[in-house]
Design a binder for this molecule. Structure first.
Ligand SMILES: Cc1cc2nc3c(=O)[nH]c(=O)nc-3n(C[C@H](O)[C@H](O)[C@H](O)COP(=O)(O)O)c2cc1C
Length: 377
């Protein structure tokens, strides 16, 4: 059994436990994956200031994201097909986040439905919305999120059309998986995963199948996305959604200063500086490289969050120093989930919390709210 000390250990374990097509779905970016790689690599270039002989007792990582108290400034990012990394994955991740005191964001493209997650948790979670051409369906998703008591809507802006990931096409990714010899082999070599899947009925897109008109089979995710997602999505739609939702709104997928300035005018509560984990525009800058410019333009107008490439507590601290109030992790929690289910998600969060706490202390701070550019070298 591997000793699990860092997120990479969970990644290695997940690769051994999750069928190749689903592990690859998480561990991939668009086209050459240059932006996916840059998300991680650019964090490593940022250096921290080491300080000594300052009182390091009584430290706290507690802060707020959109006014909600969080035990550390890290939320679980919305990720599609999470219930394919591990049976009932969204439910398990939401429970782990709730116990940890951080937000869980449920994707529109989840396997467990909004109602499934609401029934299995006791505190509000966040719901991520993709805007489909069928506006009645969009309204019904918003209503279902309200009924479930979701405390924020995360509106994703950077997936009007789908970026291409070579691995998914080569693997013939689908949910539920097809039963070709290749796919049967991939699953048969992961018996623990299969056993879990046999014990759940949640194997397709829980928010969509049986809810959206004429959708019974989503086996080709790419073609369904291309047919259903609205390529005409505009700032006017953001205003419409804000009005229909009426609660806390987070705009996800901002990478450009001009877009950030427009987002700040919408009345939304926060933006997420994000390139979708390098899964959309390959060749775009890393999120952490885009953050300082965006913080310069809108830092005093709207709360800024960041995701993309965070693999450690050091990365979280660097993002806070450069202007983010909160961060999200995608792959780190998916690796934990694929490796060990709910305890794996908790483990990923514990690793990041421990690294963040020690890093903050060695930079001479005791309260995470004091993070700022003065901690960078
Ligand atoms: C497997 C996977 C599925 C994703 N699905 C969604 C999704 O359904 N909706 C969304 O807004 N973002 C989605 N994202 C993007 C994440 O919300 C987030 O932006 C990204 O994972 C952050 O980068 P990181 O994985 O390096 O932490 C997905 C990312 C991954 C890795």
């Amino acid at each position: 059994m591997t000793t699990i000390l860092e997120i990479n250990d969970l990644k290695e374990l997940a690769q051994r436990r999750v069928p190749k097509m689903f592990f690859d779905y998480a561990n991939s970016g668009a086209w050459t994956e240059s932006t996916y790689r840059a998300n991680e690599a650019d964090f490593a270039k940022i250096k921290l200031r080491q300080r000594v002989l300052v009182d390091m007792t009584d430290r706290t990582l507690e802060t707020t994201m959109i006014g909600q108290k969080v035990s550390m400034p890290v939320a679980l990012a919305p990720t599609g097909l999470t219930g394919m990394q591990h049976a009932d994955g969204e439910i398990l991740a939401a429970q782990a986040a709730e116990e940890f005191g951080i937000p869980f964001t449920l994707s529109t493209m989840s396997i467990c439905s909004i109602e499934d997650v609401a029934a299995a948790t006791t505190k509000p979670f966040w719901f991520q919305l993709y805007v489909m051409r069928d506006r009645d369906f969009v309204l019904s998703l918003i209503d279902r999120a309200k009924t479930a008591g979701c405390s924020a809507l995360v509106l994703t802006l950077d997936l009007q059309i789908l970026g291409q990931r070579h691995k998914d096409l080569r693997n013939g990714l689908s949910a539920p998986p097809k039963f070709t010899p290749k796919h049967i082999y991939q699953m048969a070599t992961r018996p623990g995963w299969c056993f879990g899947m046999l014990g759940t009925k949640r194997r397709s897109f829980g928010n969509i199948v049986g809810h959206a008109k004429g959708v019974g089979d989503l086996s080709s995710l790419a073609s369904w996305t291309n047919e259903q997602f609205d390529p005409r999505l505009s700032w006017k739609d953001v205003a419409w959604i804000r009005e229909k939702w009426g609660g806390k709104l987070i705009l996800k997928g901002i990478l450009d200063k001009e877009d950030a300035a427009m987002a700040a005018e919408t009345g939304a509560d926060a933006i997420v500086v994000s390139n979708h984990g390098g899964r959309q525009l390959d060749g775009a800058p890393s999120s952490i490289a885009a953050l300082p410019g965006i913080a310069d333009v809108v830092g005093d107008k709207i709360e800024i969050h960041l995701d993309g490439g965070i693999r450690s507590g050091q990365d979280v601290l660097k993002a806070l120093c450069l202007g983010a109030q909160g961060t999200y992790i995608g792959r780190p929690f998916l690796y934990g989930l694929g490796a060990l289910g709910k305890p794996g998600v908790t483990k990923a969060l514990e690793i990041i919390r421990n690294e963040l706490d020690i890093t903050m202390a060695l930079c001479g701070k005791r309260d995470i709210k004091d993070a700022g550019p003065h901690l960078l070298y």
